[in-house]
Ligand binder design. Structure first.
Ligand SMILES: Nc1ncnc2c1ncn2[C@@H]1O[C@H](COP(=O)(O)OP(=O)(O)OP(=O)(O)O)[C@@H](O)[C@H]1O
Ligand SMILES: [Mg+2]
Length: 508
């Protein structure tokens, strides 16, 4: 193959499929990674949600318990203050715990800084009074605009279930953030109240990639958590992709190598066929010119031997002459085949009705059959079968094949010759039921000089094939050991051509 063709073939068989398949693999991998990320984000979201809900519900419980204690047990300020201090000191989640009056103003608490400040708004106070339950506040703290904690407060109820004051706890968001980061590092995370106030915002700044947010609602309060996984390249996935690409390359490269090998083999075979043909042509020309030179002296020798036959009638001499004559005949038949080999195959063909050729050939074949003690059965269609050929050569082909049949059969057997047309083809089929040939030998019958006969030249079928191919036809040889042989000659059928000056008498 030329280098340019090689490159194009390599591009089409290896590079292009590799690129297309890599894109398909990558897209597929991306999709599955995306799904995996989504699942991880959902899982992380659930873990965060449980943690935050737990912190809120525990705080609510503590505050409600404390407010119940102070109202039921009539705890004094000092004791309540001590308890508040104890809660803040023992639990790092709290920034402070405060006692507020009915207006939400801090009376006492763990951080003196907030004394006399109003720590909750009127709306929230009303809600707590109405529901008599703890309230979670996610609005901005007026004193801490950067919002460092969540406020939860519970009403202190008297016997008539009236709010005497409130207990308030500030949950530290920095502590919550630390815990959440530990739970699942790398996730981006947002906690928003129902009015979209952002309370927590973790890792969203540095976050890159195409992951989508997964929203998880809290159960303790009407807030929403949004989580997403980072776009980290998973080395396992990357390795898997690279291995896939590598094996695809290996596979396509293998296909290319096999195809290249096949093409090289085919080219070598074609080259060999061409060389063989050139060799045969050369040998044919050489043989024909030599044959021509041999034929003349041979005719002379034959004539002289004929004279000697008449001159020496003794039995011994007659035997020697008969052997000489037989050998001369053999040389003559070989030389005749050689002459055909040398004939240019681009000869002018004439239009013939095969039946007219057969009419001329029939007596010769039948006399030959009698010689072998074999019967011939003819089966010829009634209508003309027109082909382009050279009459003498077609005769020689049929005679050669018929002779092979006679030589393969036993005395008393029957050779069948069928002539008909099939679609675009004229068919001459010669069937014998002789000894047949095995698969291996069938492949050799058209080779020059292949013969299994003591006296054979091995040129008969070789010449037949050359002649039939020069008529643009084909010759097929099929055989089964001990079963017989069928030789089929197919010649292009010529339709609608007037037959010029050819008279055929059908003898059937
Ligand atoms: N009808 C057949 N049955 C069995 N074998 C056959 C038949 N025709 C051909 N062969 C085999 O093919 C070989 C080649 O045939 P081909 O006609 O080319 O040469 P040949 O018959 O051996 O010699 P020649 O034709 O010169 O007498 C034969 O020797 C024979 O082995
Ligand atoms: Mg023969």
């Amino acid at each position: 193959m030329k280098t340019r063709h090689k490159f194009t073939a390599y591009l089409l068989i290896v590079i292009l499929p590799l690129i297309i398949l890599s894109i398909i693999y990558w897209t597929h991998l991306e999709r599955s990674i995306q799904k995996e990320r989504q699942e991880q984000a959902e899982w992380a979201g659930t873990v965060y949600q449980e943690y935050i809900d737990q912190v809120i519900s525990e705080t609510k419980e503590i505050l409600e318990m404390l407010s119940l204690s102070s109202s039921v047990l009539y705890m004094d300020d000092k004791k309540t203050e001590l308890l508040m201090k104890w809660i803040k000191d023992t639990d790092s989640r709290y920034a402070g715990v405060y006692w507020l009056n009915q207006d939400g103003v801090s009376i006492s608490g763990t951080n003196k800084y907030f004394h006399h400040y109003s720590l909750i708004e009127q709306d929230d106070i009303e809600l707590a009074v109405k529901t008599q339950k703890a309230v979670v506040i996610g609005t901005k703290d007026p004193y801490k605009p950067d919002f460092d904690y969540i406020s939860i407060f519970a009403p202190i109820l008297d016997h008539d279930k009236k709010a005497q004051g409130f207990l308030l706890a500030h949950i530290r968001l920095d502590d919550m953030e630390k815990t959440l980061k530990k739970l699942s590092p790398g996730h981006a995370f947002i906690l928003e109240t129902s009015d979209k106030t952002r309370i927590l915002d973790i890792n969203t700044e540095e976050f890159t990639g195409h992951s989508t947010w997964v929203d998880v609602p809290l159960t303790e309060v009407d807030w929403t958590l949004s989580v997403k996984m980072p776009d980290r390249i998973n080395t396992n996935n990357m390795n898997f992709f690279l291995i896939l690409v590598f094996f695809t390359f290996l596979f396509t490269h293998m296909i290319y190598s096999v195809m290249e090998e096949l093409i090289v083999r085919r080219n070598t075979k074609n080259q060999k066929l061409l060389n063989d043909r050139q060799k045969i042509d050369f040998v044919g020309t050489l043989a024909a010119s030599t044959a021509h030179e041999i034929k003349n002296p041979l005719t002379g020798i034959k004539g002289l031997v004929q004279l000697l036959v008449e001159k020496h009638p003794e039995e011994q001499d007659q035997f020697y002459y008969s052997v000489i004559m037989k050998e001369i005949e053999r040389i003559n038949s070989i030389v005749s085949e050689f002459l055909i080999l040398g004939k240019p195959m681009a000869q002018t063909l004439s239009l013939y009705d095969i039946r007219s050729i057969i009419a001329e050939l029939r007596p010769i074949i039948e006399s030959e059959a009698r010689h072998f003690n074999i019967e011939v059965e003819w089966n010829i269609v009634k209508e003309p079968i027109m082909v382009h050929c050279t009459k003498d050569q077609l005769k020689q082909v049929i005679l050669n094949i018929a002779k092979n049949g006679f030589e393969a059969m036993e005395v008393g057997e029957k050779l069948r010759i069928r002539i008909h047309h099939e679609n675009e083809w004229a068919k001459i089929i010669i069937i014998d039921n002789g000894y047949g040939l095995n698969e291996k030998d069938i492949g050799k019958v058209f080779d020059p000089f292949y013969t299994s006969k003591k006296e054979g030249t091995g040129l008969g079928l070789f010449v037949c094939k050359r002649i039939i191919e020069s008529f643009n036809g084909t010759i097929e040889f099929s055989s089964k050991p001990l079963n017989g042989t069928t030789v089929t000659i197919s010649l292009p059928l010529i339709k609608d051509q007037p037959l010029k000056g050819l008279i055929f008498k059908n003898e059937d």
